[in-house]
Design a protein. Structure first.
Lengths: 507, 147
């Protein structure tokens, strides 16, 4: 019954008025950026990072997490009404959601996605509560070799799952690792790649990197893209209530989607997007009449939506129990904890029980808030989609500049954002996925430190990484994954240009 | 319109260049041995790996067809200029003038009437000041005469 005591304590923390307020702010902003195409959860969380410097770490992480799962709810709204995914993970929802809207069933689609999101999140949450402490116990036995191999697996998985050619994803990870080495080396005190610029001796600012890559670059891309000028129709509340038949039709897909999403979410590198795509594919396969898909099949929205929300919850398992983020958003959130002097790792749950259990309890509260935010107030979000993007993007740029300035009160960081924005846009234009770069940047120093410690223990013999069973198993998985993606790339080359225009799944 | 796969070619060469930079510039730091890694060990090895990956990306792209590269130069120029202008102006004339200038600069590529442009800029400047100075209590120069 220790579990219930811990949960009870967690609710005590999460129900404090200040934490409730930050939780609400988080899920509200998450829904907002989820609804708006062009700005995603990662950009919003990076924008909020400077704010978290001034509030207690538990409130900070509750708010940032709220943005993350709130965006999963909001993303489906734009997908259904405008055929535009508000977040990458809701791209699948467009396939069935938009045809439903064209048939006048937009209200029903919005209702079903919200309920599916809630079901998925709850299933993911239960697994998070049950497994995180156990995995953290296992993690306590980890030495530097296991951590190194685990991070390597995470990085390779993130790069090969991000869509596009595997070599490009791997290059992004390596570039991120290299950017992470900029600054003073903790062991020797050497300032690496600092060029006698004092600001660079502290390394590239995480906030500047995240905002440059995701804030500035996204704005540049979307300023006058035609799709931001679409206007949605109004959605009456009464159209939302499903019939008994429609309701029973969605229960099984929701449960299948939740199970799949929770399983995939806990794996490193597999984000909500992939979970949603796979859930859709499975529904299409098990359907009695697959021809309905593409014409507004209701299970085609309920399964992916529950899958992406379930994976958004279980994505916290490796981050909180081992300190190893599975994707870039998790990496930024752990970055926020590090800023507050809290070391992520297997000790986190036992050393910071208020933080862990408070966060878990806030998920429950936040998801209930999201249902309330997304159902009766849907009109508000629809109205928001009617605002042209040109009215908003200058504000994003000003907020980016002031936000990054507020970290150190140094204009150098704003120039840095401008430079990194150019880099981010160049990567976007050349079809490189920037998320693995950010993951590499945050894991880089940890990866180097564990490699160094591992090799110090073995006196320079790399065999130590395959000598220890857990580490060997993780490395074998990494090798398999590399071989699999390399084989996929080779096959694509043999097929020639025919597969060039295959849809890209972005994490 | 299809040409050679410029995305892969440029991107691969760029990655190889970045890798070579990190590897060559990093070789001035102590390498150390595997047992006692110096500051240069990790970045130099990664740099050469990146060179290899860059070549792997660029080579097959040479004889593959792809789409032309589309760059929104005007968006990029005005957005970045707006951010740079903010950095340059903030300490000199205060947050109100800096935000207003940044809004006007970044709005250049948008299709919008002049009056609407000014209106949007005023609203955003007001919001920014409210959120950061009043809401978050950041200590910033607000007006030009307070600097």
């Amino acid at each position: 019954m220790e579990l219930f005591n811990s949960l009870w304590m967690g609710f005590g923390v999460a129900a404090q008025p200040m934490n409730l307020a930050y939780c609400f702010l988080g899920v509200f902003l998450g829904t907002l950026v989820g609804v708006l195409p062009g700005i995603g959860a990662l950009a919003a969380i990076s924008l909020l990072l400077p704010v978290t410097y001034h509030i207690p770490p538990t409130s900070a992480i509750i708010m940032l997490a709220g943005v993350y799962y709130g965006a999963q709810y909001g993303g489906s709204t734009a997908a259904i009404l405008l055929n535009l995914p508000g977040t990458p993970s809701s791209a699948v929802t467009c396939l069935e959601g938009y045809p439903m809207a064209k048939q006048g069933r937009a209200g029903l689609a919005l209702f079903v996605t919200t309920i599916a999101s809630l079901v998925g999140a709850m299933v993911g949450l239960v697994l998070l509560v049950l497994f995180s402490p156990a995995i953290a116990d296992l993690g306590l036995k980890f030495g530097p070799t296991e951590f190194f191999s685990m991070m390597l697996l995470g990085l390779v998985a993130a790069s090969s799952m991000s869509g596009g050619p595997a070599a490009k994803g791997l290059a992004m990870v390596i570039l991120g690792l290299l950017l992470g080495t900029i600054g003073t080396d903790v062991n020797s005190g050497t300032a690496r790649y600092a060029f006698d610029i004092p600001e660079l001796q502290d390394g590239i600012n995480l906030v500047a990197l995240a905002m440059g890559l995701f804030g500035v670059a996204e704005v540049v891309r979307s300023i006058n893209s035609a799709d931001t000028h679409k206007r949605p129709d109004k959605v009456p509340m009464r159209a939302m209530v499903p019939s008994r038949q429609e309701f029973t039709d969605t229960i099984k897909p929701m449960l299948r989607g939740s199970a799949l999403g929770s399983a995939l979410g806990a794996l490193p590198g597999v984000g909500p997007s992939i979970a949603a795509f796979m859930a859709y594919a499975i529904e299409k396969r098990v359907a009695k009449d697959p021809s309905r898909f593409g014409q507004g099949a209701i299970e085609g929205i309920s399964a992916p939506e529950s899958a992406n929300n379930a994976s958004a919850q279980t994505a916290f398992v490796p981050s909180l129990s081992l300190g190893i983020p599975g994707d870039a958003v998790m990496a930024v959130m752990l970055g926020a904890l590090i800023i507050h002097g809290i070391a992520p790792g297997p000790m986190l749950i036992s050393q910071q029980p208020e933080l862990f259990w408070g966060l878990v309890a806030s998920f429950l509260i936040g998801n209930v808030m999201l249902v309330i935010l997304n159902l009766p107030t849907i009109g508000l979000w629809v109205a928001l989609l009617r605002i042209p993007f040109a009215w908003m993007y200058p504000a994003i740029l000003v907020f980016v500049a002031l936000g990054v300035y507020s970290v150190n009160s140094n204009p150098f960081d704003i120039y840095m954002v401008a430079a990194l924005g150019v880099l981010g846009y160049a990567l976007m234009v050349l079809k490189f996925e920037p998320a693995p770069l950010l993951l590499g940047y945050i894991l880089g120093p940890m990866l180097e430190e564990n490699l160094r410690r591992g090799l110090l223990l073995s006196r320079g013999d790399p065999v130590i990484f395959v000598d220890r069973p857990i580490s060997a198993a993780l490395l074998a998985m990494t090798a398999l994954l590399l071989a699999w993606t390399a084989w996929g790339t080779l096959r694509r080359h043999r097929d020639g240009g025919r597969r060039q225009n295959a849809p890209e799944a972005s994490a | 319109m299809t040409t050679r796969d410029i995305h892969g070619l440029l991107g691969g060469l760029g990655m190889a260049g970045a890798g070579a930079f990190f590897a060559i510039h990093g070789s001035q730091y102590t390498m150390g041995t595997a047992a006692r890694m110096g500051a240069g060990f990790f970045p130099v090895i990664l740099g050469w790996i990146l060179v290899g990956l860059g070549v792997l990306i660029a080579l097959p792209a040479c004889w593959r067809r792809g789409e032309a590269v589309v760059v929104q130069w005007s968006n990029l120029f005005w957005s970045v200029l707006g951010v740079v202008a903010f950095a340059a102006l903030l300490k000199g004339v205060g947050v109100v003038v800096a935000s207003f200038a940044t809004c006007l600069i970044t709005l250049v590529p948008a299709r919008m009437a002049l009056r609407l442009r000014l209106f949007v800029s005023v609203v955003i400047t007001g919001l920014t000041t409210l959120v950061f100075v009043v809401g978050l209590r950041m200590t910033l120069p607000i007006w030009p005469w307070q600097v």
